[in-house]
Design a protein. Structure first.
Length: 195
């Protein structure tokens, strides 16, 4: 017997579907959110936070960074995973250091660009064909490694020196350094070569 609060006792149209997914017993309109709407939401949250806390527009405060959602054009294709990141500000050298874990990637698979006062790091690692590598009768036991495309975007601080951004890859770790100065720097688009 159904309880008075069960979905079957609800009048049509009294419950809606959450997040665009259909749930048994739920009736209502569905809205599917696209990537650009989500990116705009994330960017607006960054703007609100910065305005409320720092009383400034949505740009990174001096000697800091914050993450933005890349546009579909910047990402280039569907994002499959997010590499882990550690970021530091080196007060002695006046630079931001970003370290990304990218095991199994080669330099040629990664792109680092500075544009519109932001840095975009992207890359792709294709999934290997297990049947070719381990035989037709092989079967998966555990599959945890990340494959596919990634793209991360960070707002640079107003005092970043965009012409002094460097990147190097060693032992599966991508290290990006961004020099900073006391005054605000000029901003141009630049492709960064990975050493």
């Amino acid at each position: 017997m159904a309880s008075p609060t069960s979905a079957s006792s609800k009048a049509p149209g009294t419950e809606s579907e959450a997040c665009g997914h259909r749930h048994p017993g739920h009736v209502g309109a569905t809205h599917t959110y696209n990537w650009d709407e989500f990116r705009q939401f994330l960017d607006s949250q960054g703007s609100l936070w910065h305005s409320a806390v720092l009383g400034a527009p949505a740009s990174a405060a001096p000697n800091t960074i914050f993450e933005l959602a890349p546009t579909a054009a910047e990402a280039g294709r569907a994002i499959a995973f997010r590499p882990r990141l550690d970021a530091y500000y080196d007060t002695a050298a006046h630079k931001i250091v970003m370290l990304f874990d990218l095991p199994g990637f080669e330099k040629k698979d990664i792109s680092v660009e500075v544009t519109d006062h932001a840095i975009i790091i992207s890359g792709t690692r294709d999934r290997l064909n297990d049947k070719v590598l381990y035989g037709e009768k092989s079967r998966e036991l555990i599959k945890e490694r990340a494959f596919g495309h990634f793209c991360r975007k960070f707002q640079l601080p107003t005092n970043a020196v965009e012409d002094a951004v460097t990147a190097a890859m060693t032992g599966g770790v991508l290290e990006i350094t961004v020099e900073t100065r006391e005054e605000e720097a000029s901003h141009t688009k630049k492709k960064i070569q990975i050493a």
